[in-house]
Write a protein that binds this ligand. Sequence first.
Ligand code: BGC
Length: 727
Amino acid sequence: MSGKYEDKIQKLLSEMTLEEKAGQLRQCGPSLVGAFEVSFEELLDMMFDGRISQEEFNRLMGTAKQDFREEDLKAGRMGSYNGIGDAATVNRLQKIAVEETRLGIPLLFGYDVIHGFRTVTPIPLAESCAWEPELWEKTARVAAKEATAAGVHMTFAPMVDVSKDARWGRVSEGAGEDVLLNSLYGAAKVRGFQGEDLSAEDSMAACVKHFAAYGAAEAGRDYNRVDMSLQRLWEEYLPSYKACVEAGARAVMPAFNDINGVPCSVNKWLLRDVLRGQWGFDGMTVSDANAIAECVNHGIAADRAEAAQMALEAGMDMDMTSEAYIENVVQLVKKGAVKEEVLDQAVADILRVKFELGLFDHPYKTSEEREKDAMLRPEYRAVAREAAVKSAVLLKNEKVLPLKKDAKIAVFGELAAAREEMTGAWAIGADGNDCVSLTDGLDAAGVSYIYEAGIKDGAVDEAAVGKTAGEAEILLCVLGEHKEQSGEAASRADITLDPSQQALFDLLVKTGKPVVVILFNGRPLAIPQIAEKAAAVLEAWHPGVEAGNALADLLYGKENPGGKLTVTFPFASGQCPMYYAHINTGRPGGKSKFTSKYLDTPLEPVYPFGYGLSYTQFAYSGEKIVRNEDSFTVSVKVKNVGERAGDEVVQCYVRDPAAKRARPVKLLKDFLKVHLEAGQEREVAFEVPFRSLGYYDWDMNYVVEEGEYVFYLGGSSAECLSIPAVL
Ligand code: BGC
């Protein structure tokens, strides 16, 4: 290693005791003590199963004392904390590290800043539907400005786990089912979080997760096994992490899951050969929470000591919360089970990132004053509003949207007035009261409406709904998921709407009045009846603090929806995983019974990948292809044939119809979002290098085959112009 800080790192290592080295590998969250009569885990369960409300839970948490293990910190037995997001605590603990430990090595503070810190922006899945790398970078920059002001040095983001299974709750945290989108999304987030210079006060290190293929958990059940061919791993899952490493991410979090039987936490091939060897990564790795110790449960380590040994040897630098390292590493080195140079390398990786963050020169990168006026600035709210507008996807519109300002509308559904629900999963720095609900947004826009939640104690209040619906011309029905229904540990076997929500919708449809459905959710839902019977459907996801304002802008036509789906909406839960880039079987689904299909669902999804409408329409024509020396240039003309300006995401897919390994029926190669005035036409060209058309053959060689290809150009994966090419 010949980097800028290597001499300093070596000098420090030469002064450190084994105990101090083990301390650097340790990351803890504050543990909670006192105040509860039951354990913290039981308390959490009580909230999740409804025995206590979220308010009661928060009240109890507020009375609990946090234990930061300060004695351990003073003794040099702590390298990092997780989950502390306030400047006063961060600086107080940092002062102990710098002034009271023998070597004064500063602490590293990590935090889950997934989609905004205090200014919560749309969930990542939503934001990916904007198909706009500049926006992804911009929202990450806002997150970094706020989080660093609160003392955060590293965010456990971006999550770039390609996920093709809507049942998996964490589909909400990434950029959907496509590998190219996840790669571009991840790289943009890394740039946004880290800024130009990692040592700047408003830069934080990005920790890419969950390496690797966590999104491929079998049957969409969280933490489940992952078993797949290496070809598929390299083609469909690894490139997004690689893109983040290439964008300069300084940390990587190995995933909870195993790959082909070896948990990522102890997977030497993944962490040493691929990540460090082939990709040249020289940042730090940090385990997922408790994941090292969990290798015993996986059935690959006999006990915690063996798990620690395997993880360290595999290249896992930091132990997040399991304590398997701090309990065992010194002994493992003393008895020769782990070489000291292996330990030194892990410590060096962590120290390197601390140096790069500038922590040795400026251990206190924030102050309470800076923190005070760093949050929720109007310009940050403006970015959140822009992102929420661009994330929304118009799925259906029978000329009912945009609404006229004087339309007599009634709004139904408790999510319409639920501020906190707008944050979605993983918004731990948020205050739900900051959020603008849909009804708040309508109030702010100055439109008149009547509101009826419509569901009481789990059942539709038919009388109240009927009465309110009778007084309006257009019925807005707000449906979807609560924020706890997606995210970590929130897989669902059934991704249809809650029965009471479905009943509310059915009752509204019965009135014969147009029903406009607004969806707040963290994953694709199986909603064929909504797609069939609603007059319009607007997918808003969990849009963040500016939810209601963004929606009012969209509903009343101040803004024109331009988002496109980055995940497929299946017809039924049992079709999962359902995704556009599948390969054909020998019997592709068709009319005949003996083809690859289900007896009880249509062949096609309800809404395909890449799909999304606008208040204007776009027409495609004039597809062309030019063969250059080492690339194809494919182009198409796109015209706004409607009556107002709008954004269109022009998509370019490719297929290799006769390859030595079956290739996807369509694979996204490039895209461009264009803004077109009414009547305006533009030619959009994509350059596709020959090199990018390859795949891994049976023997794991990357090959680009000569022969025929087909390019597809259009505004949805399901509706494209095709154009043949020969290589
Ligand atoms: C999650 C990670 C997260 C970590 C730290 C884990 O349970 O899987 O994504 O970064 O907790 O909070």
